[in-house]
Design a protein around this ligand. Structure first.
Ligand code: KG4
Ligand code: ZN
Length: 434
């Protein structure tokens, strides 16, 4: 099955084209081997990050992000089809843009070769809120032969609703013109799946899917989410713990701002904290009065709270003044320690309480070296398999969406399971809502 993944939930515009197949032996025995396609060949996978655009504002502006998605989707699709066409003859014809430009901005006077008048009207309706995307769509798509895609997977939530709508409307428009079914994907399930993708070797872009022993526990840590998800069986999720206020990535970003560091703050704090940890001259051993709380570390539930930690940093800075170079390093390390200790304590308790046999971690924050190392140590100590995505798959990407779409829509006989409902953006969608 060939799947096109579309991801526009936040500040990354991403498209991924994969060819994936269920291994029949596994498919016959899905309960033991979990989500079980044999192989996923990446034909093209591209992400355009908007970080530089949002940097001056210290965070993501939804309407600006939406406009950027609108502008980026067609150039990105073009580039994905062209890349696929370079190695796969099935795509070379759709990739070869004729450049006929048969459709004019204003309308339908000159029908293009691969579009009926009815389809055109339909697309104009679907993309009426995305004028830039509509213009690009009508210029490019009619010149391009229908690619051999079996299913379009698109993020339906959670995320910023204006951004989600752009991806969804794009998927609908492609579906209308190429007659390809669309399957909606939960972004958080995508993050879970990203932990299970293993590159077959460093030179190829073919991945296999790791088998999972159920029940499993997933820790999802990103800019918008911090949650512990109990996975009883395939597609059977229950959120057992979540943040009551800020997500962990959000806390990194806010504390970084207090320390005068640029957005996104996670990688900045991580770099400073690592420097403090490897302080060769021992100049940072005296931490003075730099200490931060470990919020909710002993609470009886599995919930988190990180906004108090940010406030504690604010008060600390008021008390000690600054920050200067040394206190910045010390605060970065102390903050990272506080976050890590809470994440470890809660995850360990959840693993024990729910008898989970596998731990999966996904989301942008698992790019953090110290957090990664700490979870590796925990897993070794508990003798539990730990699956973490490879670094390029920790942040938002469309490969995980394409894979989730494939998993959701594939059947044993290789046909696409249709999705019956009307597609809509679901900003607050939960992973246990499916
Ligand atoms: O998953 P992601 O790319 O997007 C969301 O869905 O939110 O996560 C982005 C978050 C940001 O808050 C960013 O600061 C954080 O992940 N992040 C990190 C690191 N790299 C990215 N946090 C801590 N340490 C890092 N190395
Ligand atoms: Zn994400």
């Amino acid at each position: 099955m060939i799947a096109l993944g579309i991801e526009t939930s936040c500040d990354e515009t991403a498209l991924s084209l994969i060819e994936a197949d269920l291994a029949l032996t596994h498919a016959d025995n899905l309960r033991e081997s979990a989500f079980a396609p044999a192989r996923i060949r990446v034909l093209s996978d591209k992400t355009l990050s908007q970080i530089e655009l949002h940097k001056p504002f210290g965070g993501v502006f939804p309407m600006m992000a939406k406009r950027e998605h609108s502008r980026s989707l067609i150039p990105l699709l073009k580039s994905v089809l062209q890349e696929a066409g370079r190695t796969d003859p099935r795509f070379s014809r759709s990739a070869a843009v004729a450049g006929l430009g048969m459709i004019h901005d204003s309308g339908i006077e000159k029908p293009a070769p691969h579009v009926s008048t009815h389809q055109l009207t339909n697309i104009q309706t679907i993309l009426k809120r995305e004028p830039e995307l509509l213009k690009d769509f009508l210029t490019y798509i009619p010149t391009c032969e229908r690619p051999p895609i079996d299913v379009i997977a698109v993020t339906e939530g959670p995320g910023l609703e204006p951004c989600l709508w752009t991806g969804i409307n794009f998927a609908k428009a492609l579906s209308a013109i190429w007659n390809i079914p669309v399957v909606p994907v939960n972004h958080m399930e995508g993050h879970i799946f990203s932990a299970l993708l293993r590159r077959e070797n460093t030179k190829t872009s073919t991945f296999s899917f790791l088998p999972v022993t159920f029940p499993a526990l997933a820790l999802l840590i990103s800019g918008g989410h911090t949650e512990l998800v109990f996975i009883r069986d395939r597609f059977d999720y229950r959120i057992v713990g979540e943040t009551r206020d800020d997500a962990v990535g959000e806390a990194f970003d806010k504390v970084a701002r207090l320390l005068g560091l640029p957005y996104p703050g996670g990688p900045e704090i991580s770099t400073l904290a690592e420097r403090a940890r490897t302080d060769a001259h021992g100049t940072l051993t005296d931490t003075g009065n730099i200490s931060l709380p470990r919020p909710m570390i002993h609470s009886v539930d599995f919930d988190f709270s990180f906004s108090g930690l940010k406030t504690a940093v604010l008060y600390l800075l008021k008390k000690i003044g600054g920050p200067n170079e040394k206190t910045r390093l010390l605060i970065a390390r102390e903050f990272e320690d506080a976050v890590t200790e809470v994440l470890i304590a809660k995850t360990k308790k959840a693993l024990e309480t729910f008898g989970a046999k596998t731990l999966l971690i996904g989301g942008g924050v698992i790019a953090n070296t110290h957090i990664r190392r700490s979870f590796e140590a925990l897993a070794t100590k508990m003798g539990i398999p730990l699956h973490i995505p490879e670094p390029c798959l920790t942040t938002d990407n469309a490969l995980m969406i394409a894979v989730a779409g494939f998993m959701r829509s594939s059947t044993k006989d290789g046909s696409v399971r249709p999705y019956p409902q009307e597609l809509a953006a679901k900003g607050n969608m939960r992973v246990d809502e499916n």
